[in-house]
Design a protein around this ligand. Structure first.
Ligand code: NAD
Ligand code: UDP
Ligand code: UDP
Length: 343
């Protein structure tokens, strides 16, 4: 029935005949777009483990079946190879919309496709949410703040974004996705949630996606120097993936639309990050300086007071605690010759 196009039959918020997911709560049917990716696959694990039915939609641009292979054969799990730029008919209670390449290397690879994914993909998922009365959560990004002139960034800040730069396909794409989400909320009464995610790391990140944490960790394991771009004094705030997943679920289940910053306020320069990676993995690790990329934001740090107050959420895992948790996964994949999908 998951491909049925009828809307009237499935008009209730939970579908009949399900196994209860625990005391007092019916199991939900949940779509996770981008569920074969880094964040998506961890989210899927959490939803499956609490007893829900999960349908993953993914075109495998940056996602990998290996991230979900442990769920194949689980009757509550379904994987559909599909591009969210095309419409799809499903009957579901909730939609976590993550599908979109997230690392600069990947989203700049085909910028027009990145915009189509953000605009047409989000439109289709909102159309689906409207038709079946599902709750919709958008994973937006701290990049909507651009190169911020306010520090730390609060949700009320409107951002400082270059509309015609190399990052614009992603930044402006996500800004438009937020606009669409609010317009479906106001105009069509769709229940929506918006998360603005700050830099996140953990196991299952693509090995060679060019992000700074995956680069440094993979480089040190391979006994290569860590590549610090620019002077290394730019800052980011790094969140461990399980903290993010908890925040996404709290947001979806809560009563507030958002947008909410979801990130770890611990702020590090790239030189400091290199030092932590060195301490964690190999004290003989070295660094080399490389030219920085265009439009690189100078600093980024979330103000998370809104999520603390309204979602009762805050990250628990510091960078020093989280980094060691991804090293084994990276070591194993590097040893097994799985070089990820570096483009
Ligand atoms: P990822 O690249 O690992 O995952 C994205 C997934 O979306 C992949 O599985 C990919 O194959 C899939 N996808 C891409 N385009 C698609 C399309 N057109 N149709 C169907 N599937 C498609 O990235 P991630 O780090 O897991 O990010 C997940 C979401 O979180 C993204 O929306 C990203 O913008 C957002 N986000 C992530 C971070 C971060 O630090 N990881 C920060 C801010 C926002
Ligand atoms: N859509 C979809 N699945 C659905 C319902 C809609 O993919 O179950 C798509 C639909 O094809 C359209 C988009 O979502 O491209 C927006 O749908 P909506 O009904 O809001 O707008 P309309 O079709 O009236 O333009
Ligand atoms: N960066 C770096 N070395 C690398 C990759 C990235 O110094 O090998 C820097 C990059 O210039 C940026 C920061 O790390 O200032 C974060 O980059 P990333 O691509 O991880 O995320 P984003 O720019 O999207 O925050």
């Amino acid at each position: 029935d998951s491909s049925s196009g009828s809307s009237g039959f499935f008009s209730k918020r939970t579908f009949p005949g399900r196994v209860p997911a625990g005391i007092g709560r019916k199991s939900l049917r949940i779509v996770v777009t981008g569920g074969a990716g880094f964040v998506g696959s961890h989210l899927v694990d959490k939803l499956i483990s609490r007893g829900d039915e999960v349908i993953v939609i993914d075109n495998f641009f940056t996602g990998r079946k290996e991230n979900l292979v442990h769920l194949f054969g689980n009757p509550r799990f379904e994987l559909i190879r599909h591009d969210v730029v095309e419409p799809i008919l499903l009957e579901v209670d909730q939609i976590y919309h993550l599908a979109c390449p997230a690392s600069p290397v990947h989203y700049k690879y085909n910028p027009v496709k990145t915009i189509k994914t953000n605009v047409m993909g989000t439109l289709n998922m909102l159309g689906l949410a409207k038709r079946v009365g599902a709750r919709f959560l958008l994973t937006s990004t701290s990049e909507v703040y651009g190169d911020p002139l306010e520090h730390p960034q609060k949700e009320t800040y409107w951002g400082n974004v270059n509309p015609i730069g190399e990052r614009s396909c992603y930044d402006e794409g996500k800004r438009t996705a937020e606009t669409l989400t609010m317009d479906y909320h106001r105009g069509a009464d769709v229940e929506v949630r918006i998360a603005r995610i700050f830099n996140t790391y953990g196991p299952r990140m693509c090995l060679d996606d060019g992000r700074v944490v995956s680069n440094f960790v993979a480089q040190v394991i391979r006994k290569q120097p860590m590549t610090v771009y620019g002077d290394g004094k730019q800052t980011r705030s790094f969140q461990y993936v399980s903290d993010l997943v908890d925040g996404l679920v709290a947001l979806m289940e809560g009563e507030h639309v958002g947008p909410f910053n979801l990130g770890n306020p611990g702020e590090f320069t790239m030189l400091e990050l290199a030092e932590v990676v060195k301490e964690t993995i190999d004290s003989s690790a070295t660094i080399e300086f490389k030219p920085n990329t265009a439009d690189d934001p100078h600093k980024r740090k979330p103000d998370i007071s809104k999520a603390k107050e309204l979602l009762n959420w805050e990250p628990r895992i510091s960078l020093r605690e989280g980094l060691p948790l991804m090293v084994n996964d990276f070591r194993n994949r590097i040893l097994n010759g799985d070089e990820g999908k570096g483009l």
